[in-house]
Design a protein around this ligand. Structure first.
Ligand SMILES: *Cc1c(COP(=O)(O)O)cnc(C)c1O
Length: 371
């Protein structure tokens, strides 16, 4: 079965092999040197002054950030399940919050954020997804972050970039906390979350000293010494060092290939008569909307073509289909995905197979890559 869900993503053989070595004890010079390598790789990737690794799925890092960086009131953007999660985290911690709720296909605007900040002067933390994975939506995060910092530099900008980290170059200039997770573009098993921190983020984390397990002050103290407060997920961190070896310092190439693959798939899907769901699609995944055919299409892809793509959640459960573009995806697999979709559309009597999908995909892919 070919796994093409936008998380978890397939773990490449060389990463699986690196993780099959005997478990190291976490308080040893051997593991500390592995930790240092993973840390250096992340610092170079994020271009931020600090980075922390936590033993949790992405939501753990989201909780740590909401609780550490909100003292008075949080503002979050809810354009899907993951944006909604920021609000649920705040509610569970009895932190006052306000949400801007948009349709899942609609990016939030800079103006609407500034309007709420004007109305509510107590807001001191802003949380948003770079890519809201519920609908494959890209928010204009860099613009919003810049506008917030111009409005009030003391508002902490927290960005859930779990489906953007390792996918595209992120301008972290106005971001205080940038959240990542192991099971998306890093192609690792779930269980490791990542938080990149700005100087302001470091300062506040140390001053606030919030929480026990997810205490960023404790982690800052330990991780700057290449160790962790609690038992580290040694296996996944070992896998992360292998990821950095795999990309061999050439993250720009990963970004370029991801972009070409994602945009070319977008064109190919449209050429087959499919409708792209989000108004501003993220590169991490391609999301198509078809209320009637999305679910049957997925079923045929799975049963007849051994291809596992994701459906939707909640209200979009059966009306969208999401195809992963994160990680290092061999071109022959992308070609097969488009081909299988075109064949499945024929099975559903929606169009005749004539190879249009792959013609459009490969032409666009090399066009975009060569630019
Ligand atoms: C996958 C994902 C998460 C992480 O969710 P977990 O289930 O906690 O790993 C968070 N935000 C976004 C946007 C995601 O795509």
């Amino acid at each position: 079965m070919l796994l093409f869900t936008p998380g978890p993503t397939p773990v490449p053989e060389s990463i699986r092999k690196a993780m099959s070595e005997p478990t190291l004890h976490h308080r040893t010079p051997e593991f500390e040197s592995i930790f240092a390598k993973a840390r250096a790789g992340l610092l170079e990737l994020l271009k931020m002054p600090e980075v922390l690794m936590l033993a949790s799925s992405g939501s753990g890092a989201m909780e740590a950030c909401v609780c550490t960086f909100t003292q008075k009131k949080m503002l979050s953007i809810n354009s899907g399940k993951f944006g909604e999660r920021f609000g649920k985290i705040a509610a569970s911690a009895h932190i006052p919050y306000r949400e801007i709720i948009n349709d899942w296909d609609t990016p939030v605007s800079v103006e609407s954020v500034l309007k709420v900040l004007n109305e509510e002067s107590e807001i001191d933390c802003f949380c948003i997804q770079m890519c809201e994975s519920a609908g494959g939506l890209r928010h204009p995060v860099e613009e919003i972050a810049k506008a917030i910092k111009a409005y009030n530099p003391h508002i902490v900008v927290v960005v859930d970039a779990i489906t953007a980290m390792g996918v595209e170059e992120i301008d972290t200039t106005h971001i205080d906390a940038l959240i990542g997770g192991s099971q998306k573009a890093f192609m690792l098993p779930p269980g490791l979350s990542i938080i990149g921190l700005s100087q302001y983020g470091i300062e506040l984390a140390n001053k606030r000293n919030v929480g026990f397990y997810f205490n960023l002050k404790t982690e800052l103290k330990n991780q700057s010494q290449n160790t962790t407060a609690w038992t580290a997920p040694t296996t996944i961190i070992t896998g992360l060092t292998r990821y950095f070896e795999l990309i061999n310092g050439n993250i720009q190439q990963v970004y370029a290939q991801t972009k070409a693959r994602s945009l070319a798939t977008h064109k190919a899907l449209e050429s087959l008569g499919l409708r792209i769901y989000p108004k501003n699609p993220a590169l991490a995944m391609n999301t198509i909307y078809d209320e009637v055919n999305a679910a049957p299409l997925r079923k045929i892809l799975k049963n007849e073509f051994s291809l596992n793509v994701a459906g939707g959640q909640d209200k979009l459960k059966t009306s969208i289909m999401r195809i992963n573009q994160m990680g290092l995806i061999p071109l022959n697999e992308s070609v097969w995905v488009i081909n299988a979709i075109e064949l499945a559309l024929e099975r559903l009597n929606l169009r005749k197979f004539d190879g249009t999908g792959n013609k459009v995909f490969l032409t666009a892919y090399y066009d975009i890559l060569d630019k």
